[in-house]
Design a protein around this ligand. Structure first.
Ligand SMILES: [Fe+2]
Ligand SMILES: [Fe+2]
Length: 317
């Protein structure tokens, strides 16, 4: 017991000094578990996040838009891969993580349980959802766990491309016909509040925040990050000439921030619990992909085994 106490103190001292924790280093069990949960949920979000956008690849309005969207969706697959690999360094297998997703034990970002009803939704997702993700993820490039922080550096670079391509879609629609502008407004109306929910529950309702800040998993709280998002996004909506669907949104000179209205937390918890518009559809799509991809995984393993055997034979000769 003494010994554990000593190790924990040493561990905290390293974090306080700003040192990175690496896979072979000693770490408290709770630190390991918290990271497995957070990194795998992040990985699942990247992979499930491909689904609402994949829905529009075949219907993109031009070749340029199709190429851009394809590249973005592929990037998200890459993000999922880096993150699953980072989580594996903590001693959980890829299969186990997948099972947790498919059985509902692991969550993913609730925003991906909303449908994409029009092309403007692709613009709104890039602008708002990737925009919100960047705010979260820039913070994570300085998180204490090395493999997670390093994956984030690369991911953030790609996310900023996603955000810009989304904003450009919105800008094009807003400069277009009345119908196109109305489409952009409708997408903003539907995606605004779920985007604010992406930062998670209010600080007063998130009991793990203090521990996460202490371990430098998080460096800013949910509410701080959410405020930052609103402050950045409100002027962008003004520039587009569309209206954020919140009558209470206004600049507060004294605080130096935008004030904004109440979030419907009941809706948030309903979606988290699996009752969002597309929860069942998303899990069904991932389950099909897992089952239909079985032969590919088996073939890849068989090929790798053969290669290893060939190397062994060569070395023996
Ligand atoms: Fe991503
Ligand atoms: Fe993205």
């Amino acid at each position: 017991m003494e010994n554990i106490h000593y190790l924990e103190e040493q561990f905290q001292a390293r974090i306080d000094k700003g040192e990175r924790i690496e896979p072979r280093d000693w770490m408290p069990e709770k630190y390991r578990k918290t990271h497995i949960r957070q990194i795998s949920q992040h990985a699942h979000s990247e992979i499930v996040g491909m689904l609402p956008e994949g829905n529009w690849i075949t219907r993109a309005p031009s070749l340029r838009r199709k190429v851009g969207l394809l590249a973005k969706v592929q990037d998200e697959a890459g993000h999922g891969l880096y993150l699953y690999s980072a989580a594996e360094t903590l001693g959980i297998s890829r299969d186990e993580m997948t099972m947790q997703l498919l059985t509902g034990k692991a969550k993913y970002s609730s925003i991906f349980n909303y449908p994409t009803l029009s092309w403007a939704d692709i613009g709104a997702i890039g602008w708002l959802v990737d925009g919100a993700a960047i705010i979260n993820q820039v913070m994570l490039t300085r998180t204490s766990y090395g493999p997670y922080a390093r994956a984030m550096v690369r991911i953030c670079k790609e996310e900023s491309f996603h955000q810009r391509q989304g904003y450009e879609i919105m800008l094009t629609l807003c400069k277009g016909s009345e119908a196109q502008k109305a489409m952009a407004q409708d997408a903003l109306n539907r995606f605004w509040w779920p985007s604010l929910m992406m930062f998670g529950p209010r600080d007063e309702d998130s009991p793990n925040t203090a521990q996460s800040v202490k371990w430098k998993i998080k460096r800013q709280t949910n509410d701080e990050l959410r405020q930052r998002f609103v402050d950045i996004t409100a002027p962008q909506a003004d520039y587009l000439g569309i209206t954020i669907p919140d009558p209470d949104l206004k600049w507060n000179e004294e605080r130096g921030h935008y004030d904004f209205g109440k979030i419907d937390w009941e809706e948030f918890w309903q979606v988290v619990k699996g009752n969002g518009p597309c929860n069942k559809e998303r899990i069904a799509a991932r389950t099909d992909a897992w089952e239909e991809g079985k032969w590919v995984r088996e073939a890849a393993l068989a090929y790798a085994a053969k290669q290893a055997q060939a190397v062994e034979v060569k070395q023996a000769v």
